[in-house]
Design a binder for this molecule. Structure first.
Ligand SMILES: *Cc1c(COP(=O)(O)O)cnc(C)c1O
Length: 413
């Protein structure tokens, strides 16, 4: 690999150590797996080549904030995943969200967004995009008439997640795309919860799809990343935003995401199967008062979900009959599942939003967005369903027993 050993030996030791690795030549190595280009910059063979690359007359890399082979390969994989003309990788899901809105809106525009979206996105729209002169109106995305009523002459984008927290609200992507076309606005879809093969929103008429690759695409809880899939026309200005705001994905995280992504379909199949089984199990469990899962026939958007999704996803939520204390105690009781934030990982993750992610909100505010005191969110993993069901059963029974006791004691006083 080191071709110029004699030359290197003529240099002083400190120079030699600095120089040597940059002389390594791997062109003869045929790595089966794409290598990790963990580098900031790229060499030019001579001044002519440098000039040609900087003038964009010759393909070549300059600086990894603007482009890197590992990161670009990941972006191309995402375009294959969503079947789009172009793809773009970003440093996180929020990098994707911000790049889309900053590239596609101008001061004076309006965004119509689903109310059931990721907290970080809501905060970006309300606190950041507003300062760019773009206002957002939040609507119940499952009500197409309400969405249409919110559109104005200034609307530029309709934004939604396919399945939204916390009550697993399902958006009718085809219906929204038709609406968007009729009014000459763009439909942007955050597909983090339902990646392909569950749904390919572009096929249903969406204009832009984004993901937090931190979740299902990476799938192993070891990277932060984001992706955008769309036409070249829309991706071009987003590339500029990512460059200027520095929302670039690191090559190492792109490399991890490339590895994770190859098993996406298998992971999702298992996660969806497990989630459906757990949804039915929880639905019949005496400690549970309510289950939110679009696969259950009594979910309000079951029909839409059945029509547009290949499977109903790996996320579900449920409410404990005995409220806040019971839900909190489930977090203490689980042995196999993990008590943590995030989702889409290979292991099963539980969170009690009212005592963790949403503790900063007043109870009435939490209630208004559906984060009730008794609500638990479950991101289902690929473990054996036998262990998952047993673990939840024992944790729920114990939480129920302990809290039923206190409820009764209060009553007799
Ligand atoms: C996590 C998440 C995001 C933000 O992604 P990060 O990678 O954490 O920046 C955006 N949308 C949805 C639906 C998410 O779950």
């Amino acid at each position: 690999m080191l071709k110029k050993i004699d030359k290197l030996l003529k240099l002083q030791l400190e120079t030699r150590l600095v120089r040597a690795t940059t002389d390594a030549d791997f062109r003869q190595v045929k790595s089966h797996i794409p290598p990790l280009f963990q580098t900031v910059n790229f060499d030019y063979s001579d001044a002519e080549e440098g000039l040609a690359i900087f003038r964009a007359e010759k393909a070549g890399y300059i600086y990894s904030r603007n482009g890197n082979p590992t990161t670009d390969l990941f972006a191309q994989m995402v375009a294959l995943l969503e079947e789009s003309e172009a793809g773009l990788a970003t440093g996180s899901g929020m990098g994707a969200v911000s790049a889309v809105f900053l590239a596609l809106t101008n001061s004076g525009d309006q965004v119509v967004s689903s109310a059931a979206i990721y907290g970080g996105t809501r905060s970006f729209l309300q606190k950041h995009l507003t300062s760019h002169g773009v206002r957002t109106d939040f609507v119940d995305i499952s009500d197409l008439a309400a969405v249409e009523a919110a559109l104005t002459k200034r609307t530029r984008i309709i934004f939604t997640e396919v399945v939204g927290n916390p009550n697993l609200v399902v958006a009718d992507i085809r219906g929204l795309a038709d609406l968007a076309k009729r009014h000459g606005v763009l439909l942007v879809v955050d597909n983090t919860f339902t990646p392909p093969p569950l749904i390919q929103p572009l096929r249903h008429g969406a204009d832009v799809v984004l993901h937090s690759a931190t979740k299902y695409i990476g799938g192993h809880g070891d990277l932060l990343g984001g992706v955008i899939a769309s036409s070249r026309e829309f991706i071009e200005p987003m590339i500029e935003v990512v460059k200027h705001y520095g929302a670039t994905l690191s090559p190492f995280n792109a490399w991890l995401a490339l590895r994770g992504m190859r098993t996406l379909v298998l992971r999702l199949q298992r996660q969806c199967e497990n989630a459906f089984t757990l949804a039915r199990f929880l639905n019949d469990h005496p400690a549970v008062s309510r289950v939110f899962y679009p696969g259950l026939p009594d979910h309000p958007h079951h029909q839409v979900a059945a029509r547009e999704l290949q499977a109903f996803g790996g996320i579900l939520a449920f409410e404990m009959k005995n409220g806040f204390d019971a839900a909190k105690r489930v977090m203490d009781g689980i042995q196999v599942c993990s008590f943590t934030t995030s989702l889409g990982e290979i292991d099963t993750l539980l969170i009690h939003p009212a005592s963790t992610s949403h503790i900063g909100l007043a109870p009435e505010e939490r209630q208004a967005i559906g984060v009730t005191d008794a609500l638990i969110r479950l991101s289902v993993g690929i473990e054996s369903i036998v262990d998952l069901q047993e673990d939840l059963d024992q944790a729920l029974n114990e939480a129920d027993r302990l809290t039923t006791h206190t409820v009764k004691r209060k009553e007799t006083r």
